[in-house]
Design a protein around this ligand. Sequence first.
Ligand SMILES: *[C@@H]1O[C@H](CO)[C@@H](O)[C@H](O)[C@H]1NC(C)=O
Ligand SMILES: *[C@@H]1O[C@H](CO)[C@@H](O)[C@H](O)[C@H]1NC(C)=O
Ligand SMILES: *[C@@H]1O[C@H](CO)[C@@H](O)[C@H](O)[C@H]1NC(C)=O
Ligand SMILES: *[C@@H]1O[C@H](CO)[C@@H](O)[C@H](O)[C@H]1NC(C)=O
Length: 409
Amino acid sequence: MTKSQLFRLSVAVGSVFMILLIIVYWDNVGTAHPYLHTSLSRSFSPQMLPNAAHSEERTTLSDIDEFLDKFLNLSLAQNVQVITQTEQPLVHEERVRGFDWSSHDIKGKLDQEKVQAERKRTLHQFCANSSFSFPWKERSFEDIPNRELDHLIVDDRHGVIYCYVPKVACTNWKRVMIVLSESLSNQGIPYKDPLNIPRQDVHSPSSHLTFNKFWRRYGKFSRHLMKIKLKKYTKFLFVRDPFVRLISAFRSKFELENDVFYRVFAVPILKLYSNLSNVPASVSKAFSVGMKPSFGEFIQYLLDPLTEKERPFNEHWRQVYRLCHPCQIEYDFIGKLETLDEDAVELLRLLGVDKQFHFPPSYKNRTASSWTEDWFAKIPLEWKQQLFKLYEADFVLFGYSKPENLLKD
Ligand SMILES: *[C@@H]1O[C@H](CO)[C@@H](O)[C@H](O)[C@H]1NC(C)=O
Ligand SMILES: *[C@@H]1O[C@H](CO)[C@@H](O)[C@H](O)[C@H]1NC(C)=O
Ligand SMILES: *[C@@H]1O[C@H](CO)[C@@H](O)[C@H](O)[C@H]1NC(C)=O
Ligand SMILES: *[C@@H]1O[C@H](CO)[C@@H](O)[C@H](O)[C@H]1NC(C)=O
Protein backbone atom coordinates (compact mmCIF):
# COMPACT_ATOMS: atom_id res chain seq x y z
CA MET A 1 0.00 0.00 0.00
CA THR A 2 1.34 3.43 -0.89
CA LYS A 3 1.40 6.34 1.45
CA SER A 4 -1.46 8.11 -0.29
CA GLN A 5 -3.62 4.98 -0.19
CA LEU A 6 -2.93 4.64 3.49
CA PHE A 7 -3.85 8.24 4.00
CA ARG A 8 -7.13 7.84 2.14
CA LEU A 9 -7.95 4.71 4.08
CA SER A 10 -7.34 6.45 7.37
CA VAL A 11 -9.53 9.36 6.35
CA ALA A 12 -12.31 6.94 5.41
CA VAL A 13 -11.99 5.01 8.67
CA GLY A 14 -11.92 8.28 10.57
CA SER A 15 -15.13 9.46 8.90
CA VAL A 16 -16.95 6.22 9.60
CA PHE A 17 -15.84 6.35 13.21
CA MET A 18 -17.11 9.85 13.53
CA ILE A 19 -20.47 9.06 11.99
CA LEU A 20 -20.80 6.16 14.42
CA LEU A 21 -20.04 8.47 17.28
CA ILE A 22 -22.71 10.86 16.10
CA ILE A 23 -25.23 8.03 15.83
CA VAL A 24 -24.49 6.91 19.36
CA TYR A 25 -24.64 10.41 20.71
CA TRP A 26 -27.65 11.40 18.67
CA ASP A 27 -29.53 8.47 20.00
CA ASN A 28 -28.95 9.79 23.48
CA VAL A 29 -29.98 13.30 22.61
CA GLY A 30 -32.92 12.28 20.54
CA THR A 31 -34.69 9.74 22.66
CA ALA A 32 -36.57 10.67 25.73
CA HIS A 33 -34.47 9.36 28.61
CA PRO A 34 -35.09 11.87 31.35
CA TYR A 35 -31.91 10.98 33.22
CA LEU A 36 -29.83 12.03 30.26
CA HIS A 37 -31.40 15.44 30.34
CA THR A 38 -31.20 16.10 34.03
CA SER A 39 -27.58 17.10 33.89
CA LEU A 40 -26.75 19.16 30.87
CA SER A 41 -23.15 19.51 31.92
CA ARG A 42 -22.56 15.77 31.80
CA SER A 43 -21.84 15.49 28.14
CA PHE A 44 -20.04 13.37 25.70
CA SER A 45 -16.39 14.25 25.29
CA PRO A 46 -16.11 16.86 22.58
CA GLN A 47 -12.40 16.23 22.03
CA MET A 48 -13.25 12.98 20.32
CA LEU A 49 -15.05 14.64 17.44
CA PRO A 50 -12.68 17.15 15.89
CA ASN A 51 -9.76 14.72 15.40
CA ALA A 52 -11.75 12.27 13.38
CA ALA A 53 -12.04 14.28 10.21
CA HIS A 54 -9.18 16.70 10.34
CA SER A 55 -8.62 16.63 6.64
CA GLU A 56 -11.28 16.68 3.94
CA GLU A 57 -13.69 18.65 6.05
CA ARG A 58 -15.70 19.70 3.04
CA THR A 59 -16.71 16.33 1.66
CA THR A 60 -17.32 14.77 5.04
CA LEU A 61 -19.43 17.67 6.16
CA SER A 62 -21.87 17.44 3.28
CA ASP A 63 -22.28 13.71 3.87
CA ILE A 64 -22.83 14.31 7.53
CA ASP A 65 -25.29 17.04 6.71
CA GLU A 66 -27.44 14.67 4.72
CA PHE A 67 -27.03 11.93 7.25
CA LEU A 68 -27.92 14.10 10.21
CA ASP A 69 -30.81 15.50 8.29
CA LYS A 70 -32.32 12.02 8.03
CA PHE A 71 -31.42 11.12 11.54
CA LEU A 72 -32.90 14.26 12.98
CA ASN A 73 -36.15 13.58 11.16
CA LEU A 74 -36.25 10.10 12.63
CA SER A 75 -35.53 11.03 16.21
CA LEU A 76 -37.98 13.91 16.13
CA ALA A 77 -40.71 11.68 14.75
CA GLN A 78 -40.03 9.17 17.54
CA ASN A 79 -40.24 11.81 20.18
CA VAL A 80 -43.55 13.10 19.03
CA GLN A 81 -44.95 9.59 19.33
CA VAL A 82 -43.55 9.09 22.78
CA ILE A 83 -45.13 12.30 23.97
CA THR A 84 -48.57 11.74 22.54
CA GLN A 85 -48.67 8.23 23.95
CA THR A 86 -47.62 8.83 27.49
CA GLU A 87 -48.58 12.31 28.60
CA GLN A 88 -51.96 13.24 29.90
CA PRO A 89 -53.39 16.72 29.57
CA LEU A 90 -52.64 18.84 32.59
CA VAL A 91 -55.10 21.59 33.17
CA HIS A 92 -55.10 23.83 36.20
CA GLU A 93 -58.29 25.78 35.92
CA GLU A 94 -57.67 27.91 38.95
CA ARG A 95 -54.41 29.11 37.49
CA VAL A 96 -55.71 30.18 34.14
CA ARG A 97 -58.50 32.41 35.34
CA GLY A 98 -58.52 35.75 33.62
CA PHE A 99 -58.16 34.40 30.12
CA ASP A 100 -60.89 32.63 28.22
CA TRP A 101 -59.03 29.72 26.62
CA SER A 102 -62.21 28.30 25.08
CA SER A 103 -62.65 31.34 22.85
CA HIS A 104 -59.64 30.33 20.80
CA ASP A 105 -61.68 28.97 17.91
CA ILE A 106 -61.10 28.52 14.21
CA LYS A 107 -61.55 32.21 13.52
CA GLY A 108 -59.00 33.03 16.20
CA LYS A 109 -56.62 30.60 14.59
CA LEU A 110 -57.00 32.19 11.16
CA ASP A 111 -56.53 35.64 12.64
CA GLN A 112 -53.38 34.44 14.39
CA GLU A 113 -52.00 33.11 11.13
CA LYS A 114 -52.57 36.49 9.52
CA VAL A 115 -50.90 38.25 12.43
CA GLN A 116 -47.86 36.00 12.20
CA ALA A 117 -47.61 36.41 8.44
CA GLU A 118 -47.72 40.18 8.84
CA ARG A 119 -45.05 40.23 11.57
CA LYS A 120 -42.75 38.03 9.50
CA ARG A 121 -43.39 40.09 6.38
CA THR A 122 -42.38 43.29 8.20
CA LEU A 123 -39.25 41.65 9.54
CA HIS A 124 -38.19 40.24 6.14
CA GLN A 125 -38.94 43.51 4.40
CA PHE A 126 -36.60 45.49 6.64
CA CYS A 127 -33.93 42.81 6.76
CA ALA A 128 -33.87 42.90 2.94
CA ASN A 129 -34.05 46.69 2.67
CA SER A 130 -30.48 47.88 2.20
CA SER A 131 -31.33 51.51 2.92
CA PHE A 132 -32.36 50.51 6.43
CA SER A 133 -29.24 49.69 8.39
CA PHE A 134 -28.14 48.95 11.94
CA PRO A 135 -24.93 47.54 13.42
CA TRP A 136 -24.03 43.99 12.30
CA LYS A 137 -27.07 43.79 10.06
CA GLU A 138 -25.18 42.31 7.10
CA ARG A 139 -23.19 39.81 9.15
CA SER A 140 -23.77 36.17 8.27
CA PHE A 141 -24.75 33.54 10.82
CA GLU A 142 -21.28 31.98 10.62
CA ASP A 143 -19.71 35.23 11.72
CA ILE A 144 -21.77 35.64 14.88
CA PRO A 145 -19.46 34.86 17.83
CA ASN A 146 -20.52 32.01 20.10
CA ARG A 147 -20.95 34.30 23.09
CA GLU A 148 -23.66 36.16 21.16
CA LEU A 149 -25.63 32.94 20.70
CA ASP A 150 -26.18 32.51 24.42
CA HIS A 151 -29.85 33.46 24.26
CA LEU A 152 -30.90 30.65 21.96
CA ILE A 153 -32.31 27.78 24.03
CA VAL A 154 -32.65 24.44 22.26
CA ASP A 155 -35.11 21.64 22.95
CA ASP A 156 -34.11 18.55 20.98
CA ARG A 157 -37.08 16.49 22.14
CA HIS A 158 -39.64 18.58 20.24
CA GLY A 159 -37.34 20.43 17.91
CA VAL A 160 -37.84 23.91 19.32
CA ILE A 161 -35.50 26.88 19.62
CA TYR A 162 -36.43 29.85 21.80
CA CYS A 163 -34.52 33.10 21.81
CA TYR A 164 -35.19 34.62 25.20
CA VAL A 165 -35.46 38.36 25.64
CA PRO A 166 -35.36 39.49 29.27
CA LYS A 167 -38.35 41.59 30.37
CA VAL A 168 -40.59 39.88 27.81
CA ALA A 169 -42.18 37.04 29.81
CA CYS A 170 -38.91 35.14 29.52
CA THR A 171 -39.20 33.45 32.92
CA ASN A 172 -42.38 31.70 31.88
CA TRP A 173 -41.12 30.77 28.42
CA LYS A 174 -37.95 29.39 29.96
CA ARG A 175 -40.19 27.31 32.22
CA VAL A 176 -41.97 25.98 29.16
CA MET A 177 -38.62 25.08 27.57
CA ILE A 178 -37.59 23.20 30.73
CA VAL A 179 -40.82 21.19 30.67
CA LEU A 180 -40.49 20.46 26.95
CA SER A 181 -36.86 19.39 27.10
CA GLU A 182 -37.19 17.67 30.49
CA SER A 183 -33.92 19.34 31.40
CA LEU A 184 -34.81 19.60 35.09
CA SER A 185 -36.24 17.05 37.46
CA ASN A 186 -37.70 17.06 40.90
CA GLN A 187 -36.73 13.87 42.76
CA GLY A 188 -36.01 12.13 39.50
CA ILE A 189 -39.26 13.11 37.79
CA PRO A 190 -39.08 15.78 35.10
CA TYR A 191 -41.28 18.79 35.78
CA LYS A 192 -44.58 18.58 33.92
CA ASP A 193 -46.11 21.86 35.05
CA PRO A 194 -44.13 25.01 34.23
CA LEU A 195 -45.37 26.70 37.40
CA ASN A 196 -43.79 24.12 39.69
CA ILE A 197 -40.25 24.99 38.66
CA PRO A 198 -38.55 27.19 41.27
CA ARG A 199 -37.68 30.64 39.95
CA GLN A 200 -33.95 30.43 40.69
CA ASP A 201 -33.71 27.16 38.75
CA VAL A 202 -35.50 28.70 35.78
CA HIS A 203 -32.73 31.26 35.29
CA SER A 204 -29.81 28.98 36.10
CA PRO A 205 -27.69 28.55 32.95
CA SER A 206 -27.33 24.85 33.73
CA SER A 207 -31.08 24.38 33.22
CA HIS A 208 -30.84 25.13 29.52
CA LEU A 209 -28.97 23.93 26.49
CA THR A 210 -28.01 27.10 24.63
CA PHE A 211 -26.18 27.48 21.32
CA ASN A 212 -23.09 28.97 22.95
CA LYS A 213 -22.60 25.64 24.76
CA PHE A 214 -22.45 23.71 21.49
CA TRP A 215 -18.78 24.41 21.00
CA ARG A 216 -17.89 22.59 24.21
CA ARG A 217 -20.09 19.65 23.27
CA TYR A 218 -19.61 19.22 19.56
CA GLY A 219 -16.30 20.91 18.81
CA LYS A 220 -15.83 22.20 15.31
CA PHE A 221 -19.09 20.71 14.09
CA SER A 222 -21.08 22.93 16.39
CA ARG A 223 -21.85 25.62 13.79
CA HIS A 224 -22.91 22.96 11.38
CA LEU A 225 -25.25 21.36 13.89
CA MET A 226 -26.67 24.73 14.79
CA LYS A 227 -27.46 25.40 11.16
CA ILE A 228 -29.18 22.06 10.74
CA LYS A 229 -31.21 22.65 13.87
CA LEU A 230 -32.08 26.15 12.76
CA LYS A 231 -33.32 24.72 9.50
CA LYS A 232 -35.39 21.93 11.08
CA TYR A 233 -36.63 23.27 14.37
CA THR A 234 -39.45 25.68 15.18
CA LYS A 235 -37.85 28.94 16.23
CA PHE A 236 -39.63 31.58 18.26
CA LEU A 237 -39.09 34.73 20.26
CA PHE A 238 -41.19 37.26 22.13
CA VAL A 239 -40.72 40.99 21.78
CA ARG A 240 -42.16 44.13 23.31
CA ASP A 241 -42.31 47.86 22.69
CA PRO A 242 -38.63 48.82 23.19
CA PHE A 243 -39.27 51.88 25.38
CA VAL A 244 -41.74 50.00 27.55
CA ARG A 245 -39.18 47.23 27.92
CA LEU A 246 -36.63 49.80 29.12
CA ILE A 247 -39.07 51.13 31.73
CA SER A 248 -39.74 47.59 32.83
CA ALA A 249 -36.00 46.87 33.12
CA PHE A 250 -35.49 50.03 35.13
CA ARG A 251 -38.36 49.22 37.47
CA SER A 252 -37.20 45.71 38.21
CA LYS A 253 -33.46 46.32 38.45
CA PHE A 254 -33.24 49.77 40.02
CA GLU A 255 -36.50 50.41 41.83
CA LEU A 256 -36.49 47.09 43.65
CA GLU A 257 -33.64 46.20 45.97
CA ASN A 258 -31.24 44.15 43.91
CA ASP A 259 -27.78 43.82 45.32
CA VAL A 260 -26.00 42.72 42.15
CA PHE A 261 -27.55 45.36 39.93
CA TYR A 262 -26.92 47.97 42.60
CA ARG A 263 -23.21 47.22 42.83
CA VAL A 264 -22.54 46.64 39.15
CA PHE A 265 -24.78 49.30 37.59
CA ALA A 266 -26.39 51.67 40.09
CA VAL A 267 -23.14 52.63 41.84
CA PRO A 268 -21.35 53.73 38.65
CA ILE A 269 -24.52 55.47 37.42
CA LEU A 270 -24.85 57.41 40.69
CA LYS A 271 -21.18 58.37 40.64
CA LEU A 272 -21.09 59.38 36.99
CA TYR A 273 -24.43 61.08 36.48
CA SER A 274 -25.56 62.22 39.96
CA ASN A 275 -22.07 63.53 40.64
CA LEU A 276 -21.97 61.71 43.98
CA SER A 277 -18.62 60.65 45.33
CA ASN A 278 -19.83 58.95 48.50
CA VAL A 279 -22.13 56.12 47.46
CA PRO A 280 -23.18 53.49 50.04
CA ALA A 281 -21.73 50.03 49.48
CA SER A 282 -24.96 48.11 49.85
CA VAL A 283 -28.34 48.52 48.22
CA SER A 284 -30.22 48.44 51.52
CA LYS A 285 -28.16 51.35 52.87
CA ALA A 286 -28.65 53.31 49.67
CA PHE A 287 -32.40 52.69 49.68
CA SER A 288 -32.67 53.64 53.36
CA VAL A 289 -31.35 57.13 52.51
CA GLY A 290 -33.43 57.27 49.33
CA MET A 291 -30.49 56.99 47.00
CA LYS A 292 -31.39 55.38 43.66
CA PRO A 293 -30.57 56.27 40.10
CA SER A 294 -33.38 58.15 38.38
CA PHE A 295 -34.85 56.99 35.07
CA GLY A 296 -33.11 59.98 33.46
CA GLU A 297 -29.74 58.88 34.81
CA PHE A 298 -30.37 55.39 33.52
CA ILE A 299 -31.01 56.85 30.06
CA GLN A 300 -27.82 58.91 30.33
CA TYR A 301 -25.99 55.70 31.08
CA LEU A 302 -27.50 54.02 27.99
CA LEU A 303 -26.58 56.97 25.77
CA ASP A 304 -23.03 57.34 27.08
CA PRO A 305 -20.64 55.99 24.40
CA LEU A 306 -18.27 54.89 27.18
CA THR A 307 -20.84 52.49 28.64
CA GLU A 308 -20.14 49.71 26.17
CA LYS A 309 -16.38 50.17 26.13
CA GLU A 310 -15.79 47.45 28.70
CA ARG A 311 -18.66 45.11 27.96
CA PRO A 312 -21.90 45.09 25.97
CA PHE A 313 -25.22 46.24 27.39
CA ASN A 314 -26.66 43.99 30.06
CA GLU A 315 -29.20 41.60 28.55
CA HIS A 316 -32.08 43.39 30.27
CA TRP A 317 -31.55 46.46 28.11
CA ARG A 318 -29.60 45.00 25.18
CA GLN A 319 -31.47 45.43 21.91
CA VAL A 320 -33.44 42.42 20.70
CA TYR A 321 -31.65 42.52 17.35
CA ARG A 322 -28.39 41.93 19.21
CA LEU A 323 -29.79 39.15 21.40
CA CYS A 324 -31.68 37.19 18.75
CA HIS A 325 -30.19 38.08 15.33
CA PRO A 326 -33.57 38.30 13.58
CA CYS A 327 -32.04 38.94 10.13
CA GLN A 328 -29.76 35.88 10.39
CA ILE A 329 -32.26 33.48 11.97
CA GLU A 330 -35.58 32.94 10.29
CA TYR A 331 -38.04 32.85 13.15
CA ASP A 332 -41.21 30.83 12.63
CA PHE A 333 -43.13 32.62 15.33
CA ILE A 334 -42.84 36.18 16.59
CA GLY A 335 -44.80 36.69 19.78
CA LYS A 336 -45.49 40.03 21.41
CA LEU A 337 -45.97 40.78 25.07
CA GLU A 338 -48.81 43.12 24.14
CA THR A 339 -50.76 40.08 22.90
CA LEU A 340 -49.13 37.50 25.17
CA ASP A 341 -52.25 35.49 26.04
CA GLU A 342 -53.38 34.95 22.45
CA ASP A 343 -49.86 34.42 21.17
CA ALA A 344 -49.11 31.85 23.87
CA VAL A 345 -52.18 29.80 22.97
CA GLU A 346 -51.28 29.88 19.32
CA LEU A 347 -47.63 28.99 19.88
CA LEU A 348 -48.38 26.03 22.17
CA ARG A 349 -50.87 24.81 19.58
CA LEU A 350 -48.25 25.20 16.87
CA LEU A 351 -45.76 23.19 18.94
CA GLY A 352 -48.41 20.53 19.50
CA VAL A 353 -48.24 20.76 23.30
CA ASP A 354 -51.40 22.77 23.99
CA LYS A 355 -53.08 19.69 25.51
CA GLN A 356 -50.23 19.14 27.96
CA PHE A 357 -50.15 22.45 29.79
CA HIS A 358 -51.18 26.07 29.56
CA PHE A 359 -48.86 29.02 29.51
CA PRO A 360 -48.53 30.36 33.07
CA PRO A 361 -50.49 33.60 33.47
CA SER A 362 -48.57 36.56 34.84
CA TYR A 363 -50.08 38.24 37.87
CA LYS A 364 -47.26 40.73 38.17
CA ASN A 365 -47.75 44.45 38.05
CA ARG A 366 -46.79 44.67 34.40
CA THR A 367 -45.38 47.88 32.95
CA ALA A 368 -48.12 49.28 30.71
CA SER A 369 -47.55 50.97 27.38
CA SER A 370 -49.76 53.85 28.48
CA TRP A 371 -47.17 54.81 31.08
CA THR A 372 -44.48 55.87 28.60
CA GLU A 373 -45.58 59.50 28.42
CA ASP A 374 -45.36 59.85 32.19
CA TRP A 375 -42.03 58.09 32.44
CA PHE A 376 -40.49 60.16 29.66
CA ALA A 377 -42.13 63.45 30.67
CA LYS A 378 -39.01 64.83 32.37
CA ILE A 379 -36.48 63.42 29.91
CA PRO A 380 -34.90 66.06 27.61
CA LEU A 381 -36.10 65.83 24.02
CA GLU A 382 -32.58 65.34 22.68
CA TRP A 383 -32.03 62.29 24.90
CA LYS A 384 -35.32 60.77 23.81
CA GLN A 385 -34.36 61.23 20.17
CA GLN A 386 -30.95 59.64 20.76
CA LEU A 387 -32.55 56.82 22.68
CA PHE A 388 -34.93 56.19 19.81
CA LYS A 389 -31.96 55.99 17.42
CA LEU A 390 -30.32 53.47 19.75
CA TYR A 391 -33.39 51.21 19.72
CA GLU A 392 -34.76 52.11 16.29
CA ALA A 393 -33.96 48.72 14.76
CA ASP A 394 -36.09 46.99 17.40
CA PHE A 395 -38.97 49.40 16.74
CA VAL A 396 -38.79 48.92 12.98
CA LEU A 397 -38.06 45.19 12.68
CA PHE A 398 -40.87 44.22 15.03
CA GLY A 399 -43.44 46.68 13.76
CA TYR A 400 -43.64 49.09 16.70
CA SER A 401 -44.57 52.54 15.49
CA LYS A 402 -42.25 55.42 16.17
CA PRO A 403 -43.40 57.15 19.40
CA GLU A 404 -43.87 60.52 17.64
CA ASN A 405 -45.55 62.09 20.67
CA LEU A 406 -42.35 61.63 22.69
CA LEU A 407 -39.97 62.71 19.96
CA LYS A 408 -41.10 66.24 19.30
CA ASP A 409 -41.66 69.34 21.41
C1 LIG B 1 -37.53 15.30 6.78
O1 LIG B 1 -38.90 15.53 6.99
C2 LIG B 1 -39.47 16.49 6.12
C3 LIG B 1 -40.93 16.65 6.47
O2 LIG B 1 -41.15 16.42 7.83
C4 LIG B 1 -39.32 16.06 4.68
O3 LIG B 1 -39.84 17.08 3.82
C5 LIG B 1 -37.85 15.84 4.37
O4 LIG B 1 -37.70 15.36 3.07
C6 LIG B 1 -37.26 14.86 5.35
N1 LIG B 1 -35.84 14.76 5.08
C7 LIG B 1 -35.21 13.61 4.97
C8 LIG B 1 -33.78 13.69 4.65
O5 LIG B 1 -35.79 12.54 5.13
C1 LIG C 1 -36.39 50.92 3.07
O1 LIG C 1 -35.91 51.66 4.17
C2 LIG C 1 -35.97 53.07 4.00
C3 LIG C 1 -35.27 53.71 5.21
O2 LIG C 1 -35.79 53.23 6.42
C4 LIG C 1 -37.42 53.49 3.84
O3 LIG C 1 -37.49 54.87 3.65
C5 LIG C 1 -38.02 52.75 2.66
O4 LIG C 1 -39.41 53.05 2.55
C6 LIG C 1 -37.85 51.26 2.80
N1 LIG C 1 -38.29 50.58 1.60
C7 LIG C 1 -39.11 49.52 1.63
C8 LIG C 1 -39.46 48.92 0.33
O5 LIG C 1 -39.54 49.07 2.69
C1 LIG D 1 -19.62 67.60 41.12
O1 LIG D 1 -19.27 67.68 42.48
C2 LIG D 1 -18.04 68.33 42.74
C3 LIG D 1 -17.75 68.27 44.22
O2 LIG D 1 -18.51 67.32 44.85
C4 LIG D 1 -18.13 69.78 42.25
O3 LIG D 1 -16.88 70.43 42.45
C5 LIG D 1 -18.49 69.78 40.78
O4 LIG D 1 -18.68 71.10 40.33
C6 LIG D 1 -19.76 68.98 40.54
N1 LIG D 1 -20.01 68.90 39.11
C7 LIG D 1 -21.22 69.05 38.58
C8 LIG D 1 -21.28 68.93 37.10
O5 LIG D 1 -22.21 69.28 39.24
C1 LIG E 1 -47.88 48.82 40.13
O1 LIG E 1 -46.73 49.63 39.92
C2 LIG E 1 -46.97 51.03 39.96
C3 LIG E 1 -45.72 51.75 39.55
O2 LIG E 1 -44.54 51.09 39.88
C4 LIG E 1 -47.46 51.39 41.36
O3 LIG E 1 -47.74 52.79 41.42
C5 LIG E 1 -48.72 50.60 41.68
O4 LIG E 1 -49.13 50.85 43.01
C6 LIG E 1 -48.47 49.11 41.51
N1 LIG E 1 -49.71 48.38 41.68
C7 LIG E 1 -49.79 47.25 42.38
C8 LIG E 1 -51.14 46.62 42.45
O5 LIG E 1 -48.83 46.77 42.95
